[in-house]
Design a protein around this ligand. Structure first.
Ligand code: I3P
Length: 126
C-alpha cells in the first residue's frame, strides 16, 4: 500500500451542500431518509456533516464528529433506478455502506461525480 503524505490527506478537494440518503450500513439496508448534508471531499475520504458548514465548524470544538466515508476500494455509479429524483449517484464502500447523493442542478452533481470518481481512481484498491 502506498504511503500518502499526511498533508495530502488533509487537503480538501471539494465541499458543498448535497442531498444525501444513507441506504445501507455494513450491508444492512436502511430506510431511505433524504436530508441536506455539508459534504467535504479530501483525497481519501468524504465527510458528511448533518449541519451547515458554520454549525459544523463550531461543533468541531466540542468533539462532534461527522460521518466519515473511506474511499479506498469504494465504487461510484449513477443510480437512476434507486430514486424518483433526478441526478442521483451511489457510493458503495468496502465496508458495505451505501450512500445516495443528489442535486437538482446538473452541473453541481456532475462536478461531484467526477471529483469523487477521480479521488477513488487515484487510491489503491485495497
Ligand atoms: C420514502 C421517501 C423517499 C423516497 C422513497 C420512499 O418514503 O418518500 O423520499 O425516495 O422511495 O420510500 P418514507 O419517507 O415513507 O420512507 P426518493 O425520494 O429517492 O424517490 P423508494 O422506497 O422508492 O426508495
Amino acid at each position: 500500500k502506498d504511503v500518502i503524505p499526511p498533508l495530502e490527506q488533509l487537503m480538501v478537494e471539494k465541499e458543498g451542500y448535497l442531498q444525501k440518503a444513507k441506504i445501507a450500513d455494513g450491508g444492512k439496508k436502511l430506510r431511505k431518509n433524504w436530508s441536506t448534508s455539508w459534504v467535504v471531499l479530501s483525497s481519501q475520504k468524504i465527510e458528511f456533516y448533518k449541519e451547515s458548514k458554520q454549525q459544523a465548524l463550531s461543533n468541531m470544538k466540542t468533539g462532534h464528529k461527522p460521518e466519515s466515508v473511506d474511499l479506498c476500494g469504494a465504487h461510484i455509479e449513477w443510480a437512476k433506478e434507486k430514486s424518483s429524483r433526478k441526478n442521483v449517484f451511489q457510493i458503495t464502500t468496502v465496508s458495505g455502506n451505501e450512500f445516495l447523493l443528489q442535486s437538482d442542478i446538473d452541473f453541481i452533481i456532475l462536478d461531484w461525480f467526477h471529483a469523487i470518481k477521480n479521488a477513488i481512481d487515484r487510491l489503491p484498491k485495497d
